[in-house]
Ligand binder design. Structure first.
Ligand SMILES: *Cc1c(COP(=O)(O)O)cnc(C)c1O
Length: 408
């Protein structure tokens, strides 16, 4: 079976057999719409991986070497997504090599369990941190967010909140928060605290694979199912070797016999007072296929010509904008790629009338179409070409024109 058959009938046949319509996703690498589309080379590698047995511990050691090469971090593992990476990163900071703590998680009664986080960084993924047993302590103010002030998070606010029960700082990377990262890392390290960086969606630009590690972050998570183009249920946790080892042992299947256990070289057997049981991460297991798929996608992502790719996407968007020029009640405006703030080109569709209603109509089309709704309240739907197969461009445009012409 080929990854994608011809544009007319072959796409999504496997879903049609299940009675599930395929969708055109122009809203970005959203998990609920299946994340990224994988290249045939990645699928090929996964198919090969599926056909023989391998020691997952050895495979994660090899993954660590690839991730180290691509990120500059001392070590890394493949996780079942960035959210799982956040839980494992937190578990590593909570337990270290302490087998009793590994066994107790997520029960952290009587154990240090505070994680400091700027209140302006709070988002729905911090549940993944609490899942490990940590309690998030909000620090800083939101003066800038309300327009009332000029200051962001400050070193003294971290110092004032850190105590003997604090195990880590959590930082959510965005183009807006990144200027604060060096101060957070410097302050946290002065206090002996590791810094976990959620960088799940900060790719492209590819430089971010290295920049956060280079800035001194102790643990960094990336999503594998977003721009990297790996399996939807994959991610990367990269960073300090001891913390990566702790995260790995808390994720591995541990039905091992003490006499014959041969752990990954990431696991410091001397530091463990015993052999851990299944840890908090056992439910986040990653298959050999996902590990191989992620590593293949990662190496392709690193070797990719990002400028050429952005240019090709921009060309497609220009053609779509042109085709939409006569569309009633719609104005398409190209937002070109522009560095880290806007790494990929987008099309902003300014809608006359309710953008939500148009979006809903598109989602009800015979091949449903999804556009980004982040600015829908301001009358703008965002067309993100990242997960649109080029052979779907024409259908996407036709659906838009039809939806605009249909009376509400
Ligand atoms: C997407 C995302 C995640 C979760 O990534 P998965 O790989 O889907 O688990 C976590 N944090 C942020 C900021 C994200 O955008």
């Amino acid at each position: 079976m080929t990854a994608r058959a011809d544009a007319s009938g072959g796409m999504g046949e496997v879903y049609a057999r299940l009675g599930v319509p395929r969708r055109i996703n122009a809203a970005g690498t959203l998990t609920r719409l299946g994340g990224s589309l994988m290249e045939p080379a990645v699928l090929q590698a996964m198919a090969e991986a599926a056909r023989c047995s391998v020691d997952l511990s050895e495979l994660q050691s090899a993954a660590s070497r690839v991730i180290a090469r691509c990120t500059g971090a001392p070590a890394g593992i493949v996780t079942s997504g960035a959210a799982a990476g956040l839980t494992l990163a937190t578990a590593a900071c909570l337990a270290g090599w302490d087998v009793r703590r590994m066994a107790a998680l997520p029960d952290t009664r009587g154990l240090p369990h505070r994680v400091l986080m700027a209140r302006t960084h709070r988002n729905s993924y911090d549940h993944a941190v609490r899942l490990a047993g940590a309690r998030i302590i909000d620090i800083g103010h939101n003066d800038r967010g309300t327009g009332a002030g000029v200051r962001g998070l400050e070193a003294w606010e971290i110092e004032a909140a850190a105590d003997a029960d604090t195990v880590a700082c959590l930082f959510v990377a965005t183009p807006q928060t990144l200027p604060d990262l060096p101060m957070v890392i410097e302050t946290a390290h002065r206090l002996g605290l590791p810094v976990i960086v959620d960088s799940a969606a900060q790719l492209p630009p590819r430089e971010n694979l290295r920049a956060l590690v280079a800035a001194g972050a102790d643990l960094v998570v990336f999503s594998g199912g977003k721009a990297i183009g790996g399996p939807q249920s994959s991610g990367i946790l990269a960073g300090r070797r001891d913390l990566i080892g702790s995260a790995l042992v808390q994720m591995m299947d541990m039905d091992v016999s003490p006499q014959t256990w041969s752990p990954s070289d990431l696991i410091d057997r001397e530091a463990l007072q015993g052999i851990p049981h299944h840890g908090i991460g056992r439910g986040f297991k990653v298959g050999k296929e996902e590990i191989v798929g992620l590593l293949t996608a990662l190496e392709r992502f690193v070797g990719r010509d990002e400028a050429a790719l952005a240019q090709a996407l921009e060309q497609r968007l220009r053609a779509m904008a042109q085709a939409l020029a006569a569309c009633p009640g719609l104005r398409a405006a190209l937002v070109p790629a522009d560095g880290a703030e806007q790494p990929l080109p987008l099309l902003h569709l300014h809608v006359q009338g309710s953008a939500h209603r148009l979006s809903q109509r598109l989602q009800g089309a015979s091949v449903p179409v999804h556009l980004g709704e982040r600015l829908a309240g301001q009358g703008v739907l965002i067309l993100n070409p990242q997960t649109v197969a080029p052979e779907d461009d024409a259908l996407l445009v036709r659906s838009l024109i039809l939806a605009c012409e249909t009376p509400p």
